[in-house]
Structure formats: C-alpha cells, structure tokens
Design a protein around this ligand. Structure first.
Ligand SMILES: [Zn+2]
Length: 306
C-alpha cells in the first residue's frame, strides 16, 4: 500500500511539474463573481483596440464595481514606423497597463506577434482559457470582416471559442464554463457582407474624458504610429493638453443614424437624442442570445427596471 501511495504521489508530482513547465495562462487579478457583479471580457487584436471600441463602457462598468478585463491577442510588436520587436512589445505592454489603470480595468497582452495572427489552435485555446478564467458574463470582440487581418482573425478566434468554452475536454487545464456567456461585436464601419447592426448603444458622455485619457496612454499609437500611417504626423500637437483635445476630436465617437436609433430605443427619445458620444454593440449569433431584459442586466446603464 505504501509503495502504491509513493508511486501515486510521484505521478502527481510529475504531472504537476509537467504542467508547471508549460507557460500558465495569465491568471485572475480580481475575484470572480460571487457577489452579483458582472464579469466583462473584451478581446482586441492589439493593445489599444479594446480601449478604442469599449473604453467608455469599461469605465462605466468599473465605476459600478463590475469587473472588466481587456485582452490584446497580439503584443502589437509591429505597430510603429521606427520601433519594433521586443522593445516595442514592452513599450506597448506598459502603455496598456497604464490605460487599464486609468480606466479601472484589468489589461492582459498575449504573446502573439502583431501582423501574424492566424485562426489557429494556440490562440483559440488562449482565448478559451481567458473567457473561462474571467467567468465571463459578456464577451466583446471585433466582427470577422474587418480590414486588418489581426482584427479579422481575433473576431474568428472569439467566434471559434464561443461554444468551446463550455466543452470540458477542450483546454482541460482550465475548468469549462457551465453557462455560455453572451457574445457581442464592437462597432465598425464595414459594409460587406453586411453592415454593423447596433443592437445596443450606450451613452459615454459621462466618461468621454476618461476614455480619451486612456487612449492618451497609448502614446506610441495615438501620437506616433497611427498619424504616421495616415500621413498626419505633422498635425499632432506637441503640448500635452492640446494633444488630448486633438485626440478627442479624432476619437470621440459621435453616433451615426443607426446608433442614434438604438440610443432612442434604450434611453427613450429625449435622452437618446441628447447623447453626444456613444459606443454600440451587435449581438453575435453564437453563445447565449440575450433578450431585452437580459441586455438591461448586462448593460446596467439605461435607467428603468433592471
Ligand atoms: Zn488594432
């Protein structure tokens, strides 16, 4: 019996050390939900994508005590005109951490190369683990018809994870969810094969300066790389305050007609028509499909019954 126990103990130690030799998934930094608070996770291809599409609602969730994690699926190590590789990845990781700090959210940057993301098993499993670890109620991601291959494949990868998060034999080192989250897409302007449908639109008027402050943390992108690509580098103000107001003009996110209609639906005509800045989301057909009552629970921002 003793010998058998020793063998079993040895096997357990071996199994643990084998597991430890693999790179562990980034763990939780905030406790999972047992208190009625929501767990929101958003996936962007690069450090700054989630901030651009959902920085406003993230700040609103955080202000209400809900937990938000942003995940950049690549390190962003190709996103600069004069810098690159590990040094740029480190710079962007630090920018993401600062943005997360300003918003009050958790920020994880996965170690996949920028510009090289493919819809393959490794990043799919990383995404499955992230959704499970966060015990997500709501998952946000790009639509899979974006211009940038990393954005597009982030959309595909999250769709590929949308069922597998409840399948215990997939990525079995991270316990499967028993309840499939709601999956939604970020807003974009692409028309083919179908335009973005704003099923939900949220006013971010009360947090617009906080959102811009978070984007301002991504110095390498907002003031260097993106203006360089657009040929507007010379227009970026040097002074810090002028830079931020320039950024607000660029990235404020004023509602288009479809988003305005969604704002009116959720806030009523008086409030909905008065909104200046908004973020909108489309329901993905995979995962749990929410009705209006569930949307009011997941987006506790509209007033009225929740
Ligand atoms: Zn991006």
């Amino acid at each position: 019996m003793k010998r058998l126990a020793a063998i079993v103990t040895g096997m357990i130690v071996l199994a643990l050390s084998l597991h430890a030799s693999q790179e562990p998934p980034p763990g939780r930094t905030q406790a999972p939900s047992t208190d009625g608070k929501l767990n929101i996770i958003a996936f962007g291809a690069h450090p700054d994508d989630c901030d651009i599409r959902a920085g406003g609602i993230a700040a609103k969730y955080a202000a209400l005590g809900h937990r938000v994690r942003f995940v950049a699926v690549t390190s962003g190590d190709a996103g600069h005109q004069t810098e690159g590789g590990g040094a740029l990845a480190a710079r962007r990781r630090a920018e993401a951490q600062e943005s997360g700090r300003r918003l009050g959210v958790d920020y994880v940057v996965l170690d996949n190369h920028d510009g090289e993301l493919t819809p393959s098993l490794k990043p799919r499993e990383e995404i499955i683990r992230q959704i499970r670890l966060w015990k997500a109620d709501l998952v946000l991601a790009p639509r899979p018809n974006d211009y940038h291959p990393d954005h597009r494949y982030t959309g595909v990868l999250v769709q590929d994870a949308a069922y597998m998060v409840v399948v215990p034999n997939l990525a079995p080192d991270t316990p499967a969810l028993r309840k499939n989250p709601v999956f939604m897409y970020f807003q974009d302007g692409f028309q083919r094969p179908n335009p973005f449908t704003p099923d939900v639109a949220v006013s971010i008027d009360d947090v617009i300066d906080k959102k811009i402050d978070a984007l301002d943390a991504h110095v390498s992108q907002m003031y260097e790389w993106l203006p360089w690509v657009a040929g507007t580098l010379a227009k970026v103000p040097k002074d810090a305050a002028a830079r931020k107001s320039w950024l607000k003009d660029q990235r404020g996110g004023q509602p288009n007609a479809a988003v305005r209609a969604a704002l009116v639906k959720w806030y009523g005509p008086e409030k909905g028509n008065a909104v200046r800045y908004a973020e909108a989301f489309e329901i993905c057909e995979y995962g749990t499909r929410p009705d209006d009552a569930m949307i009011r629970k997941l987006f506790p921002f509209f007033g009225g019954p929740t």
